[in-house]
Structure formats: C-alpha cells, structure tokens
Write a protein that binds this ligand. Sequence first.
Ligand code: NAP
Length: 381
Amino acid sequence: MSDRIHQTTGLRTEVRQDGHLQLSLETSEIERPAPDEIIVEMAAAPLHPADISLLLGPADLSSTVAIGHGVQRTLSATIAPERMAGLATRVGKSLSVGNEGSGVVVEAGQAQKHLVGKNVAVMGGGMLTQYRKVPISDALPLPDGVPVTSGAAVLINPLTALAMLETMRDEGHTALVHTAAASSLGQMLNRICLEDGVGLVNVVRRPEQAQMLRQQGARHVCDSSSPDFVAELSALIAETGATLAFDAVSGGSLASQILAAMERNALASLHGYSRYGSKVRKQIYFYGGMDSRPTELNLWAYGMTWSAGSWLIFDQLPQMAPERSVSLRERISRDMLTTFACDFAGELSLSELLDPENLKRIAARSTGQKYLINPSIGLER
Ligand SMILES: NC(=O)c1ccc[n+]([C@@H]2O[C@H](COP(=O)([O-])OP(=O)(O)OC[C@H]3O[C@@H](n4cnc5c(N)ncnc54)[C@H](OP(=O)(O)O)[C@@H]3O)[C@@H](O)[C@H]2O)c1
C-alpha cells in the first residue's frame, strides 16, 4: 500500500457571525484509504440546485467582493440580517460542497486495488475538491467507453428519478405528476416513464419548456403560465389517473392545485355524496425548493384522504432492498449515455467558479444552465 498522503484543495463555504458569506479554497490532507475505500482524483462535479443552495445560501450576490487570485481567492457577500436567524446552526462552520462527481481512482484500499486507474462516479458530499476519499458503496465504476465527464451526474438525479417510481409502486399508485419538469431530473424521469409505460404529468412554467418536453416524447405536459392551467392539469390527471405528485417547486399554490385536481378527478367517479370527500389516497411529496415562498395549502379542497410530506433520496436509499438498489445501479450503468445522460452549459475551474459573474449565472438555476466544475484545473498559486 502506498504511503503517499494526498493534499487536496477544495471549495469551502462559510456563513460568518458578522452577516457575510465567505467562499474560499482550502488545502487539507487525505489519510490512506481503509480496505474498502478509494481515493479519486476528481475530474468533474455538477452544480445541482442543492449544491448551489449550500454554496450561496441566501447571500446577496450583487454585494459580492472578490479578493486575491488562484488558490488565494476569496469571495464575500452580505446576508440580509433577517435571513441570519435561519442560519444559526451554520454560522462559523466551514462547509465543503458538491454532492457528486466523477474522476479516476488514484489509490485504493486492499479490497479495491483492481479499481486503480479506472473512472468512477462518486457521491457523498464535498466533491468540489481535487482528491476525495469515499467508501466503495458511494462509488459506481463507469463502463468502458463512458467518458469521465459523462459520469459526473449519474448517481443523484438518476437514482432519484428511479426511486420515485419505486415509491410510486410501493405505495400503490400507477401514475404521477412532476413539477419543474423541464429540469435535468424531469427530462430523465420523462425518458424513464416512456420506457416503463408509466403515466407522467409534466408541469412546467414556460411554453418553450412544454415544447421541449413534447419534442422529447412527453405525452402529458401542462404549463402553469397558461390561463387555462387548472383545466389542463385536471384533464391530464384524469387521463393518467395520477394520485401521486413529486413537487420540486414547493412554494406558492402549485401543490394545492395538484391535490385539488386529483380530488376532483376522484369525485367524478364517486356515486352519491360523501362529506369526507373521495376515498382515493392522494399523496404529494415535496422534494425540492425551487420556489422559496411559503407553501399554500387549502386543507378542505382535497377531501380527508390525502397526505403531504418531504422526500429525500438519501433517506430512500438506505430503506431500499439491496437487490433493488443493485438493479437500479445496473440500469444506470447500462443506459448512462442515453436515458440517464445530462447536458451541461459549460465547464469551469474552481477559480473560475469564484468569479462573481459566473456565480450570478449559476445562481439562476435555469433550465439547461447546469454547470460542471473541474476541481483539478486552474489551481495555480
Ligand atoms: N429530494 C431529493 O432527494 C432530490 C434529489 C435530486 C434532486 N432534487 C431536486 O430536484 C430538482 C431538479 O433538480 P435538477 O438538478 O434536475 O435541476 P436543474 O436541471 O438545475 O433545473 C432546475 C429547474 O427548476 C426550474 N425552476 C427554477 N426556479 C423555479 C421556480 N421558482 N419555480 C418553478 N421552477 C423553477 C428551472 O426552470 P426555469 O428555467 O423556468 O427557471 C429548471 O427547469 C431540484 O429542486 C433539486 O433540488 C431533489
């Protein structure tokens, strides 16, 4: 076993007591891997909405001040005083960023030596760094012929989209509604549902997003900016029989509109009158926070047989039967360059990420604007 200690420089984000967010690059050492661990030289890591939220918090990016160059660069931005209360548990903690990524294995524990030199996808946080040590359970070797950058985002969104369908089947639903459906994950979910013959109502917020999904074969698409949105949503829920929704928007009244449309559809086949509404179970899971406004629910519009809750892939995976988990990973490996492919707007080094103009572009989290970070370039001192 090599005694080499890897030094790694990675991105850190910290909310300071004085009401500032500080972004910086920090160098640390990685200990030798345990028998079932690998050390990966990171080549690519996507900035997903959850990574962007952790990276930037509620900082006012128009106030960003940059100091220094290369690895000495730091960025500072103000946080409004009223937002600081919600950040109390974060204050003073320097946090690493990046839920997943891909790279080449440069060192491995005794049981994983065969992986040295191979490309792998990895997850587990702190991926915006040159070298990252992970247990083998957090890695997926890339099949031959898959370029390392194509493996950067093959774990979190693909596993999430597949696990949504596991939830659907486990909880007895047969079709589902998905919001912010033009997202990378939404496009992936659409491809999976088409392959599996599952009814999917895609809810988007712009006409061009509806057109894009239809061009990708989506059969049921509605646009919340349409004046006839509620009628269109109701018609698609009736057509598919969807009784489950995964909501990435969460803020505002969209979730309420979905539950009410499901209840109207259920009542349409109810004979007679029930003061408690339909007996059809309607479920909405909030799984993203693209709209930070409070969620508005109208409890009396959905009858008495409905539930709302949160849903997180990191809670779902440990509950999954091991053979299901293996089967989902095998499907991802097989269809990595097709069903589970993700488009990126561009690639940035860590130093380029610490450019206020790049940060503003990334913070928008717009359709088709997901960036890939290469943590191993541009770290000149
Ligand atoms: N809970 C979990 O376990 C889990 C796991 C993975 C992903 N996620 C969530 O899944 C969602 C999609 O992730 P992704 O990586 O696929 O995202 P993405 O490709 O970056 O796309 C983000 C999408 O959100 C839309 N959007 C942004 N602000 C919005 C708003 N205020 N209202 C409605 N739509 C808005 C954008 O549309 P515009 O162009 O119109 O802005 C875009 O289509 C995110 O919320 C992410 O956090 C959750």
